[in-house]
Design a protein around this ligand. Structure first.
Ligand code: HEC
Length: 327
């Protein structure tokens, strides 16, 4: 049968090798896709855990509206002087107390400082809060975050992630609640300390339910193909090559060699020469199709032999040629 592109004319071994390679390619690709899925899911669940923790920390701060910290002028939102006794004072009198400043941190500010501490800690997982409308310009989104925010806002997504060359990037959507609008709604109604520190232009104009921004998580991750290359070692390759060799040996000894032998025997039979079909050792009930073929050729040989003899008997004047007769 002439196969596509004349492949049918190739030897069985060659065609089998091609089929094997194509099948191997398909199975390999399926494995690659499955492992890629597992890899990305694994990274995603790690990123989700980080986002959950950031969320939980923000919720903890939000429970108190804001948290107050002592003597930290670096990034404050409003402060509150309190009188406290001097160190070592035994009695509290006007002379032994000094003012101590407390500074407030709202949830977003606390989360940003948290993320800065985490970034300094050397933990591979990093995170930050960002928005398409940032109150603090140093929270401005990077190209991945800008794209993620655009997709999230267009399609109403709750999360967005990508395995990029710089690692695994994950963005979880944050929505504004009524409590957030005090600071992120009308700038005129925002708390004074927010207006003083951040101005009245950026990070305002939100309504309840609006996308506020994202918790953006970054995990170090190699592209999957390089992970796959590092996983597939010499042992695995040797097994694949071994499988190929075993399959090729099978084709050679179980199919190609017997077919060649039958072909040679049939050719000799056609020349009325002695031929070895190897049927002596074949049981009639063998389920090997090539055994059945050998038996069938053997029957054909005997039929032809009988027919030729009959032909010789019917026309005794014409002697059968030796070429058509089996010796
Ligand atoms: C007390 C005022 C206040 C409240 C309430 C508040 N925020 Fe903010 N928010 C801020 C300030 C101030 C910043 C900037 C912090 C900084 O310097 O990083 C900020 C920053 C953010 C950011 C990071 C991007 C940016 O604008 O710089 C997001 C996202 C955000 N807030 C969401 C929320 C959500 C959601 C809520 C409600 C759950 C909320 N905020 C409640 C004051 C507030």
């Amino acid at each position: 049968m002439p196969g596509p592109m004349g492949l049918g004319k190739l030897s069985i071994s060659m065609r089998f090798a091609l089929v094997f390679l194509v099948a191997l390619g398909l199975v390999g690709s399926a494995f690659y896709l499955i492992l890629d899925r597992i890899y990305v899911n694994q990274l995603k669940s790690q990123a989700e855990t980080v986002a959950d923790n950031v969320d939980a920390f923000g919720t903890w701060v939000a429970q108190y509206g804001r948290v107050w910290v002592k003597e930290d002028a670096r990034s404050f939102l409003g402060h509150m002087p309190l009188l406290q006794p001097e160190e070592g004072a035994t009695a509290i009198t006007a002379a032994t107390v000094k003012p101590v400043n407390f500074y407030s941190k709202n949830p977003a500010l606390a989360q940003r400082e948290f993320s800065e501490v985490v970034a300094r800690s050397g933990t591979p997982a990093q995170f930050r809060l960002t928005s398409h409308n940032v109150m603090n310009q140093s929270n401005a989104p990077d190209p991945f975050e800008t794209a993620a925010l655009a997709r999230i806002r267009e399609a109403g997504l709750k999360e967005y992630f990508e395995l990029t060359p710089e690692g695994f990037r994950y963005a979880r959507t944050l929505y504004h609640k009524a409590s957030c609008i005090t600071c992120h709604g009308d700038p005129e109604k925002a708390p004074n300390d927010v207006k003083v520190r951040y101005g009245t232009i950026h990070g305002f104009g939100f309504k309840e339910g609006d996308v506020a921004g994202v918790i953006s998580v970054r995990l170090p991750a190699k592209p999957f193909w390089s992970v796959a290359v590092s996983i597939v070692g010499g042992g695995a390759l040797a097994m694949i090559v071994g499988a190929f060799l075993i399959a090729m040996l099978f084709v050679r000894f179980a199919i190609v060699s017997p077919v060649k032998r039958l072909t040679k025997a049939s050719h000799q039979i056609s020349l009325a020469q002695p031929a070895d079909l190897g049927v002596a050792n074949i049981g009639r009930t063998s389920r090997n199709e090539l055994h059945q073929l050998a038996l069938a050729i053997d029957r054909l040989r005997r039929s032809v032999h009988i027919a030729m003899r009959k032909l010789g008997d019917d026309k005794p004047g014409v002697p059968a040629t030796t070429a058509t007769r089996e010796p």
